[in-house]
Ligand binder design. Structure first.
Ligand code: PLP
Length: 380
């Protein structure tokens, strides 16, 4: 089976880990500090604070901006549940709004209607490696005095008008095994806010500034030097691996150009880093996924049940009417996308997709897209 993702780990990571192991200094130390410096410079912000995973990065930001029960954060349901869970961690309420039918990202045009006197923040998710419309989101946030928290967990190095994901507000990144850059488990907060950065450095370290002097309530959100050493090796490869992802996407685009399916789009002024390559195949999605797996292609669905339809969310009374989100959950699938995908493997994926689409959608029958327009028209 060709997997949906495979981390690019080799002699560089092995050497980096071996060096840290041999040093005996394996917990948070110099490697973490070096990785933070490099990430802050790369994103173009004053501070990067490493955390043990991306969920903790989000939790740290939401706690650090002082969210409380009764506060609201506008976000999306078409995301990994950690986005909403991190808001709930503070006792605040996620308010879900719908996505754009062509990018699958937060529909910024719908934000203002969701703002109430309790709204504190907007949390766009740069899903699949594409940055949300940060011009509009920043303008709305500034107009209403709201904080912007970017869930950039899938968007390492993605840009919007030349600025990197994670530099438009407070950013959260994941370094999970399948992400564009990994430390096995890990994460970052990025911010230009000196106070928040200082607070987070304490919060992630039990609230300790000096040894055994606990200045505030804190916990253990730390990354290890072992993990950071892997991260430094991965960082060296990020530009090359991102270019490889973009080349794989271009090959998929070319191969699927004539098929009646929706392909990913990259609006002007943005660069897509293709954490996922997601296509819209309409109502035959589950049959097509089954065929692809039968053909040895590890297709997957991100995400089959939107967050607002998960039981624990509904139990909290968080109702939302999100037709585009529901369509995306029902009609889309992701194809293998990782830098080590060989040309032969990609050719196998392409053949399997063409066969499955031909079988289930026919030569002329369009799948339609989440926007209701014919696939391959709205999305090209
Ligand atoms: C959009 C999104 N948000 C949050 C997270 C949480 O990150 P982690 O798995 O590192 O906790 C992830 C990754 O899994 C993600 O994809």
């Amino acid at each position: 089976m060709i997997p949906i993702a495979r981390p690019d780990l080799g002699p560089e990571e092995l050497a980096a880990v071996t060096e840290v192991l041999a040093s005996g200094m394996i917990a948070q130390g110099r490697k973490v500090a070096e990785l933070e410096e490099r990430w802050a410079e790369f994103v173009g912000v004053r501070h990067a604070i490493a955390t043990a995973n991306g969920t903790l990065a989000l939790m740290g930001i939401f706690a650090g901006i002082g969210l409380e029960p009764g506060d609201e954060v506008i976000t999306v349901s078409h995301t990994f549940a950690a986005t909403a869970n991190a808001i709930l961690y503070t006792g605040a309420t996620p308010v879900f709004i719908d996505i754009e039918p062509d990018t699958y990202l937060i529909d910024a045009k719908k934000i203002e209607a969701a703002i109430t006197p309790r709204t504190r923040a907007i949390c766009p998710v740069h899903l699949f490696g594409l940055v949300a419309d940060m011009d509009m989101i920043r303008a709305i946030a500034d107009r209403h005095g709201l904080i912007v928290v970017e869930d950039a967990c899938q968007a390492h190095g993605a840009t919007f008008r030349g600025r990197k994901a994670g530099s438009f507000g407070h950013g959260a990144f994941s370094l999970y095994a399948t992400k564009n850059m990994t430390t096995a488990e890990g994460g970052f907060v990025t911010t230009n806010d000196d106070r928040l950065a200082d607070w987070l450095r304490l919060y992630r370290n039990q609230g300790m500034r000096a040894r055994y002097e606990f200045e505030m309530l804190g916990f253990n959100f730390r990354l290890t030097d072992l993990a950071a050493a892997i991260g430094l090796a991965q960082f060296e490869k990020l530009a090359r691996n991102t270019a490889r992802r973009q080349a794989i996407a271009a090959t998929y685009d070319e191969a699927f150009g004539e098929l009646p399916i929706g392909l990913p789009i990259t609006p002007d002024g943005r660069t897509h880093v293709f954490h996922q390559y997601t296509i819209d195949v309409g109502g035959a999605r589950d049959a097509i996924v089954a065929d692809l797996r039968e053909a040895g292609v590890g297709a997957d669905i991100y995400y089959p049940i939107p967050v607002h339809r998960q039981e624990y969310i509904m139990e909290r009374g968080l109702h939302a009417d999100l037709p585009i989100t529901d369509l995306a959950a029902a009609r889309t699938l992701a194809l293998p996308m990782f830098p080590g995908l060989t040309d032969a493997e990609q050719a196998q994926v392409v053949d399997a997709v063409k066969a499955a689409v031909g079988r289930h959608l026919g030569a002329g029958g369009g799948a339609g897209t989440a926007s209701g327009a014919r696939a391959g028209v709205a999305t090209r």
